[in-house]
Design a protein around this ligand. Sequence first.
Ligand SMILES: Cc1cc2nc3c(=O)[nH]c(=O)nc-3n(C[C@H](O)[C@H](O)[C@H](O)COP(=O)(O)OP(=O)(O)OC[C@H]3O[C@@H](n4cnc5c(N)ncnc54)[C@H](O)[C@@H]3O)c2cc1C
Length: 417
Amino acid sequence: MAQSALVLGGGMVGVCTAWHLRERGYDVTLVERGTPGRETSYGNAGLIQREAVEPYAFPHDVLKLAQVALQRGNDVSYRLRDLLTVAPKLAQYWWNSFPSRYQGVVTGYEALIRHCLSEHDRMISASGADNLISRQGWKQIFRTQKGFDAGAARSRLLTREFGIESRILDPAGLAREEPALKRTMAGAVHWTSPYSVSDPGGLVDRYAALLTASGGRILKGDARSLRPDGAGWCVDTREGTISAEQAVITLGPWSDVVTRMLGYRLPLFVKRGYHRHFGWQGTLNTPMIDTEAGVAMLPMALGLRVTTGAEFALRDAPLSMRQIDGSERLAREMLDLGAPVEARPWLGSRPCTVDMLPLVGQAPSHRGLWFHFGHAHQGFTLGPATARLCAGMMNGEAPYIDPSPYRPSRFGRAAQV
Ligand SMILES: Cc1cc2nc3c(=O)[nH]c(=O)nc-3n(C[C@H](O)[C@H](O)[C@H](O)COP(=O)(O)OP(=O)(O)OC[C@H]3O[C@@H](n4cnc5c(N)ncnc54)[C@H](O)[C@@H]3O)c2cc1C
């Protein structure tokens, strides 16, 4: 008889996990409260970021910290009344960002990022999603000479250390390649290997269709009903209670809802982010991100998607217009955006861990239960790569990369029940 698994949560991470299990012959049921790919995996910047070998570290530069504290910039924002709750997690994040520890984090991150294009390629081709993908990379644009010099130096370092490909564009070169830019910039780094996706939610739809075409089931249900059932697990769905030998939590920023219910106190937090589409009619040859200002401008099916940097706030706190308004203002300095497409911006939460690495592995205190979440800024990029790792381990295979940096038990007592 086929082995069976429940996959709880249908974002990029859950859908890819379910498909990889199905590929291994599992009887798979993916349980989603809404429609797959309509939360964080819908609203992101749609980049498959081969260049993102270094996860975002907590800044240690005093000037940068002062700028953030005073809310002077637009790239990082926070909600004052939530800071006390989030502070212990931020302190651990800060601690893990010291160069001596961060170096190990980068090693673990790069080992995953290295596989992001090949693992997506497999699923893109199997699901016929090539028409959603552009393979032209993206441009990191700089408004200050200091920023540009640092960006160019970093791109040389990433080429040397990790073989990441890029081109450096001076102001004239950038203006020639992107004539829609209204403002003269200090220059750009063109990361040439990443992919961009014109409809991120649409890519998850294609992967979900691939899953059902291969015999996987997608049912509506609430992951909070997960409970042990004999030697396995069960969950309530609209089609009734479904049982399986194994279960995997892929609830992105809601993962803590279920892990807390089971007794875990994992050091998870979110960095929120916003987007809004504009009815811009121009042409950009690649997506562009102005990291100094904290604004991304991404040509997408629904219009030009403008996204923000990180907002430190509780996941369910009310939406604030501050950061998205700032991003819109900054984007209007560079492009004729046109009118907003939606009445209200989209708000989502990047699921973060204090050591910047996702959790992929067996739940420390429950047999047959697996954790697969915490992909922060790159879950859209990493979904297929970590899904292969997770499904392989669930199936008892030798892991295709060393899983130890992502083991949930690394959080010690917080990961024990
Ligand atoms: C502004 C912004 C820009 C970003 N840009 C990029 C980018 O360019 N590239 C990149 O790689 N990453 C990017 N990210 C990060 C990326 O979007 C996330 O890391 C990724 O989408 C997380 O995927 P997930 O499947 O873990 O979570 P989700 O996509 O949120 O999926 C979780 C699913 O669980 C379901 N769920 C929740 N509770 C329950 C329940 N009780 N029962 C059943 N189902 C439930 C939800 O409905 C949801 O479908 C960005 C994020 C933001 C906010």
